[in-house]
Design a protein around this ligand. Sequence first.
Ligand SMILES: Cc1cc2nc3c(=O)[nH]c(=O)nc-3n(C[C@H](O)[C@H](O)[C@H](O)COP(=O)(O)O)c2cc1C
Length: 395
Amino acid sequence: MKRIVLGITGSIAAYKALEILRRFKKGGEEIVCVLTPHATKFVTPLSFSTLSGNPVVTGLFEPRNTPIHIELAASDLILVAPCTYNFIGKVASGIADDTLSSVISAAKSPVVFVPSMNTNMWENKILQENIKKLKKLGYYFIQPETGALSTNKIGKGRFPEPDLIVKKVYQIIAQAEATPLQGKRIIVTAGSTQEDLDPIRCITNRSSGRMGYEIAREALARGGDVVLISGPVEIEPPKGIEFVKVRTTKELAQEVLARGDKAHILIGTAAVADYTPVHYENKKIKADKLTLELKKTQDILKLVRKRYKKLFIVGFSLESNNVIERAKAKLKEKSLDLIVANPLSSLGGFETQITLIDRNLKLKKLPLLSKSEASKQIWDWIIKSRNEQLNAPTN
Ligand SMILES: Cc1cc2nc3c(=O)[nH]c(=O)nc-3n(C[C@H](O)[C@H](O)[C@H](O)COP(=O)(O)O)c2cc1C
């Protein structure tokens, strides 16, 4: 069951929204109707509350724990049908002076407009510019039809058939569910990094890069705009993503930091070399016995968190012992949003048995899975956790 906000504005076609409401109710959906003050001049809230089984929302200022527009904005979809010339102009200008426009101002879920008006209003260049602007921002429109209008003239602006509107809304819901990362910029780091001892030798980790590459592939399949920043590995990057090849920890840090401000989510699967030589030898080291002096490399995730407070950061942890406790400690120390604890056995392999740990230190242990299947479960968890965080009341 989906919760859909059905917004009705002051159009002569307002009564047709009742047919849309009936169809959604038949489909088992929960519908909350929001009428603009002008819509109530055309239709009565009573019909909508009776058919929806929910009180109709008209006023913004009734006392409540969570403001009504914030609560309704968290619905699965917002449909404005019919939508007036005026209402499109308001949303396009960022105005939120009634309940419905306030809901839309706070919504992260899909918003669908069904414009319906006189042909001259429809052809008005201001309206067409507003529609163009809103479409570019990711709002959906269902085009009005050509036919007899309320003035008995034939022209474009007629409210489409309710069946068609309902069908398109279900298509939009299905598409949004299949591509929950649409419009999200995602950075995935993968592979290992190398720290040079001399022109030939380096210190590195035994990472195949498979987990990170699968995570990047899955993010792409879910509609994300993905950049994969990878240390040297022997596998091919998935097609369709931006691929950035790095070698050292410093290079990896630079590439991540350069993109952090525009990104929504960072998944740090890279097995960063934790140590780097204090001295680099310009010529190949030749010695019978050698003592190396090493220092810690930069902690990339810590650095990124310090600079980008709002970025949703998911870390990966691989330890030989105390796997869960150390992962929890890293989550806290680096102020991560989530962390994936990897067992030692996953190193270089095709399978892994991971534990997912959230900010409240709640654990979710997964069975032994292929890295491809694990990446699906990791994304389900990231998307759910991030949505919960975004929808948490902040006042
Ligand atoms: C009889 C009548 C019918 C109207 N029909 C429409 C219409 O179909 N589409 C439209 O955009 N405006 C229509 N309007 C104008 C809107 O009601 C007006 O622009 C109003 O401010 C819209 O308010 P709202 O967008 O807050 O609901 C109509 C006005 C009247 C008096």
